[in-house]
Design a protein around this ligand. Structure first.
Ligand code: IFM
Length: 459
């Protein structure tokens, strides 16, 4: 269903349509106004880590183009903007002095959103750990959780009065497994023991962050953004189904279990518990404080088979091929029903609060031709996933909003700038922004909201 008017009819009037970004991917100005390096500044400047050795020094130059970009967001007709705050701007060395100029930037950002009647959804951590903390072990060191707690308190003390929602972490799956076990993201470790430490320290930091945010601003809705995986077995054999269960516990349960149930999954602890760092008294209570909302970042399903290798490490799975060969330009399988299957499974397994789809979108690398970008496959991808979201609402799931990833093309981590997810094209030579076909379509949909029975007062 791609007619925006018809699609809009499927959503309640107060459904939130937004766009999302993250600081390191768009801001640039990596040395401006007291910012110090993050682990991604260091990682992207190492040989062989990021495509073309691209880095975040300039990115979309959003730091210097803030007002124009806020106008762009407003022109897209959305009622919410999800962005992240850069810890290395606010507390440049992770601990120690607070950088008022760094906070000033987010003050301007939030004020600019309010002036345009757009809700502000902030994320405190979207992977840009201050590099100075790496010297202490980064996310493998328990001290980093306490450093995060102070950063959360500092950011919320300054900005919390004008935020509409805050998330502690974006996709801890990436900053834990992808960064410490698979070696793809900064700091590029490939070590299960390090990853298990990063897992518990990150979960603890989330809990400490929730407490710090609530102590500063009890009325601010606090959440956690998870890139949960819909995991299908590669076949109906018992071995592959058991593999899918193990994969669920490893990829989802290690985050959902502590946050929404106060415990790591049993199978996970049986296999890896003796390699976990000390779980101190009170940790699990801290991690499992009730949240006001959670965010799902969904792109593609995971398909797994049992790993035939003798003694393979938990979860002992290997990738299984997609059932249909429809992929985006980054190679990710397109399968919208997985979004529905995932929400149903997660709500069956855990008691979850309101859900926002905090990221969904597709990588297609079409360029500007004749002043326009025809990215019909991205438009179709978004429309199809919104259709599934509407089905979920009709089934009674508390889906409250949808943020397109991304507002504009940006630094796609290990892929550098070659992979484009924006509904707005960025010419990195000139920094000219061109709204793509998907962006024009999204505006026609989003600008119909809030409508009718809405509860939000933009003033
Ligand atoms: O660009 C990323 C984003 O930072 C986190 N979620 C997935 C996106 C696409 O890979």
């Amino acid at each position: 269903m791609t007619d925006p008017k018809t699609l809009a009819e499927r959503f309640p009037g107060d459904f939130l349509f937004g766009v999302a970004t993250a600081a390191f991917q768009i801001e640039g100005a990596s040395k401006a106004d007291g910012r110090k390096p993050s682990i991604w500044d260091a990682f992207s400047n190492m040989p062989g880590r990021v495509f073309g050795r691209h880095n975040g020094d300039v990115a979309c130059d959003h730091y210097n183009r803030l007002d124009d970009d806020l106008d762009l967001i407003a022109a897209l007709g959305v009622s919410a903007y999800r962005f992240s705050i850069a810890w290395p701007r606010v507390i440049p060395e992770g601990i120690g002095p607070v950088n008022e100029k760094g906070l000033d930037f987010y003050d301007r950002l939030v004020d600019g959103l309010k002036a345009r009647g757009i809700r502000a959804f902030a994320t405190l951590y979207h992977w840009d750990l201050p590099l100075a903390l790496a010297g202490d072990g980064g996310w493998t060191a328990r001290s980093t959780a306490y450093a995060f707690q102070r950063y959360a308190k500092t950011a919320i003390a300054r900005l919390g009065d004008r935020l509409d929602a805050v998330a502690t972490f974006n996709e801890p799956w990436c900053s834990v497994w992808l960064s410490h076990l698979y070696g793809i993201h900064a700091p590029g470790e490939r070590n299960m023991d390090a990853a298990l430490h990063a897992l518990h320290v990150t979960n603890l930091a989330h809990g400490l962050g929730v407490a710090a945010i609530r102590a500063e601003r009890p009325s601010l809705p606090v959440g956690l953004v998870l890139n949960a995986h819909q995991i299908y077995p590669g076949s109906e054999t018992a071995a592959d189904r058991a593999a899918a269960d193990r994969a669920f516990d490893f990829h989802n349960g290690a985050f959902f279990g502590p946050a929404f149930g106060g415990a790591y999954p049993e199978s996970f602890m049986q296999a890896l518990g003796d390699r976990m760092p000390a779980i101190e008294p009170g940790d699990m209570e801290t991690i499992s404080q009730t949240l006001d909302w959670w965010g799902l970042n969904y792109y593609t399903p995971m398909r797994v088979a049992a790993d035939p290798a003798e003694g393979a490490e938990f979860p002992a799975t290997v990738p299984a091929p997609p059932v249909v060969d429809v992929r985006t330009d980054i190679g990710w399988e397109v399968h919208p029903p997985a979004l529905g299957d995932l929400i149903r499974r997660l709500n069956a397994d855990y008691t979850l609060p309101d859900c926002y789809i905090t990221e969904n979108g597709a990588c297609y690398n079409m360029d500007v031709e004749g002043g326009a970008v025809d990215d019909q496959p991205r438009l179709d991808y978004i429309a199809d996933h919104l259709d599934v979201t509407a089905d979920l609402i009709a089934e009674g799931y508390p889906m409250r909003g949808y943020f397109a990833w991304s507002l504009m093309d940006n630094f796609e981590w290990a892929e550098g700038y070659r992979m484009r997810f924006g509904i707005v094209h960025v010419d990195y030579e000139t920094q000219v922004r061109t709204v793509k076909k998907s962006g024009h379509w999204y505006r026609q949909l989003a600008s119909r909201f809030p409508k009718g029975n809405h509860t939000y007062d933009a003033a």
